[in-house]
Write a protein that binds this ligand. Structure first.
Ligand SMILES: *Cc1c(COP(=O)(O)O)cnc(C)c1O
Length: 463
């Protein structure tokens, strides 16, 4: 499989080079040259399913046996043998629990795999890398956990100071591995993301420190997330539900990575009807689906901080598709967005690419709290604020005869304050994390300044 950049002027790469590069040299994101069909007969446990769904994207760059072992090792770290279990919520509406990995959020599904994948690829090339990433909370801890035991990887994670939950922060700052550094930036998540992009665009720095990315611009993460859409559909069918009209998914959305993986599953032939894009009050995507215009506003903090985002970086991959895979056109549109703060898509693009599949919903903090309370009162299940946004979207767009699956993206105990306020009960951390608040923290506070951040990265990289 070959990979092309959404901006059209970076070199075409194979799978391993795409994964190790992260961002393309022209500032674009890598996508496969074609969307392959899913293998006809997929069955077996999650690790087997993962190897089957991902193998067309990897081709012969990793042997079938090696890929199977990577998947087995990655998914052995999950506390539920089904890895992503489906649980009933209400009539015709299910939740896919994606939070049984080490850091209690869906990003573990991709990042446990990515850590193993990096080790494998770097070992065979005798190379080393420094990962830099921005996080609005969950990516950072999941990325750190995924690579903390890798001998060939160093990792620097930037997060917005004071804007992630205590649990999220401690999951990053209490990992005591010499290859891990956390930086608290005086700014928003978008500032962190801009700093990371600026380091990647600084060619000399990028080369010297062999920078790589694990935020959701990395193709391997998007690819690994495609798997659980297939798993969900299998589990819905195994519960005796008809999937003849397809299955719809409601996806709490920030950077658009998770929901894009659903769109890709659909391109591969999965019977997916609608993908509901759920946003909190940072509703740039909801407004986009209403007005066909992407227009940025300032970020406001909400109960679901992992979705406090105004620029959804993975939307670029869909935009490239909508532009008939014209990288020049995509570059122009994104430049307009940068300079004017807005761009629009044509009516025919909207009708062809978006209207048949995507639905949108917004859920403010009051609705989020009400949803957490309502689900607790009617089912006894505690859901986290991100999942609550998804449940509202799922209820809004549910149709008769079409099973709806809301992706439960985090464990309630990751956001205990919001959940306790809504339910009067405090969700408990699972046993393996019970001493999280007793562990010492290691973190460096840094100004929103490229030179200051680069100095920290250079100190860790040692090159
Ligand atoms: C990252 C995250 C999201 C948003 O996912 P995207 O792929 O960025 O759209 C939603 N919920 C939780 C809990 C997350 O950690």
């Amino acid at each position: 499989m070959h990979y092309v950049s959404t901006r059209g002027s970076a070199p075409v790469l194979g799978f391993a080079d795409t994964v190790l590069a992260g961002l393309a040299t022209d500032g674009g994101l890598y996508v496969p040259e074609i969307w392959p069909a899913a293998p006809q007969h997929i069955s077996g446990d999650y690790a087997r399913l993962a190897a089957d769904v991902m193998s067309p994207y990897i081709g012969d760059e990793i042997s079938a046996d090696a890929l199977a072992s990577l998947c087995t090792a990655a998914y052995a770290t999950f506390r539920d043998p089904r890895v992503t279990p489906l649980v009933p919520l209400e009539q015709g509406h299910w939740m896919l629990e994606l939070f049984h990995g080490p850091t209690l959020a869906f990003k573990d599904v991709a990042l446990q795999f990515l850590g193993k994948l990096f080790d494998h690829l770097l070992e065979s090339r005798d190379e080393r890398i420094t990962i830099v990433g921005a996080t609005s909370g969950d990516t950072g801890s999941a990325a750190i956990d995924g690579v903390k035991n890798c001998s060939r990887v160093k990792i620097v994670i930037l997060y917005p100071h004071g804007r992630v939950s205590d649990v999220q922060r401690r999951q990053m700052t209490t990992v005591n591995s010499p290859n891990v550094m956390t930086l608290a930036i005086d700014g928003t998540f978008d500032d962190c993301q801009d700093l990371v992009k600026a380091m990647f665009n600084h060619a000399e720095f990028r080369e010297r420190h062999r920078l790589s990315a694990v935020n959701s611009i990395n193709w391997a993460r998007i690819m690994a997330q495609v798997v659980y859409y297939f798993s969900a559909i299998q589990q819905v069918a195994a519960n005796g539900e008809s999937i003849g009209n397809g299955v719809s998914f409601s996806v709490p959305t920030g950077n658009f990575g998770n929901v894009l993986s659903g769109w890709i599953a659909k391109q591969m032939g999965a019977p997916i009807r609608h993908l509901v894009v759920g946003s909190n009050s940072n509703d740039i995507l909801t407004r986009f689906f209403e007005t066909h215009e992407m227009r940025a506003r300032d970020v406001v903090p909400t109960l679901s901080p992992s979705m406090d985002i105004q620029v959804s970086s993975n939307f670029e991959r869909l935009l490239f598709e909508m532009n008939g895979r014209d990288g020049g056109l995509t570059t122009e549109q994104l430049q307009r967005f940068r300079s004017a703060g807005a761009f629009a898509v044509e009516a025919d693009q909207y009708e062809t690419w978006l209207a048949p599949t995507f639905r949108a919903a917004r859920c403010d903090d009051a609705q989020t709290a009400a949803m957490i309370r309502d689900v607790f009162e009617s089912t006894g299940q505690m859901i986290d604020p991100h999942t609550a946004v998804g449940v509202l979207g799922g209820r809004t767009h549910q149709e008769d005869g079409v099973p709806m699956v809301t992706l439960a993206t985090a464990h309630a105990a990751k956001f205990p304050d919001a959940v306790e306020r809504a339910t009067s009960r405090r969700p408990e951390l699972p046993a393996h994390m019970a001493d999280l608040f007793d562990r010492p923290e290691r973190v460096t506070r840094v100004a929103n300044d490229l030179a200051a951040v680069e100095a920290e990265v250079a100190a860790l990289s040692g090159l």
